[in-house]
Ligand binder design. Structure first.
Ligand SMILES: [Fe+2]
Length: 181
């Protein structure tokens, strides 16, 4: 599967699936790394949904979800919470924090599944939630914070993120269950 990054649009070349809006996103340089990570979160949601559509066993999908959570999404949430969301609080930031907590609970539920049907429901809910959450952050929350926070605050956040992101977050899971083979 190859992906091309087109003016803020991440597209799966093979499936012609578009993960971000066609409109180029102008993102403040200091938080652009978070937006790059969002591309992988959108792909994560798409992979889960496609796996379910292909009738892949939920246990197999769940293994990937826990891998992505440990190596990518949980780290991304912590980065946001310790930098961008730590310097300002209002209704939009609270909404993001509440959504993070709901997604943490969904992951916990996946670690203790009742049965496959239940697991598939949690997977669907998690995929939908991650997708909607990223869109909310990209379309509403980040533009809002870019307006409110001062250039100095953004610069400081950029430095903090740089220190936290010594290595890019991983998404190199080998079992590509989301592809029709
Ligand atoms: Fe995010």
């Amino acid at each position: 599967m190859r992906f091309s990054n087109l003016c803020g649009t991440l597209q799966c070349v093979k499936h012609k699936t578009t993960f971000m809006s066609e409109k180029p996103i102008k993102r403040n340089e200091h938080i652009i790394s978070l937006s790059r990570e969002h591309h992988f979160s959108l792909l994560f949601g798409w992979k889960i949904k496609n796996g379910l559509k292909l009738n892949i066993n939920p246990h197999r999908i769940c293994k990937y979800v826990l891998y992505f959570w440990e190596n990518n999404l949980s780290i991304h949430f912590n980065q946001e919470e310790e930098t961008l969301f730590a310097v300002h609080n209002d209704d939009l930031v609270t909404k993001a924090l509440v959504e993070h907590e709901i997604m943490r609970s969904e992951i916990k539920a996946l670690k203790n599944p009742e049965d496959e049907e239940e697991m598939a429901k949690h997977l669907t809910r998690l995929a939908d939630m991650v997708t909607a959450h990223v869109r909310f952050e990209e379309r509403d929350l980040f533009p809002h914070l870019e307006k409110i926070l001062s250039p100095e605050q953004m610069k400081k956040i950029g430095h903090e993120l740089n220190e936290m992101q010594a290595e890019p977050l991983r998404d190199d899971y080998e079992d590509e269950f989301w592809l029709r083979k």
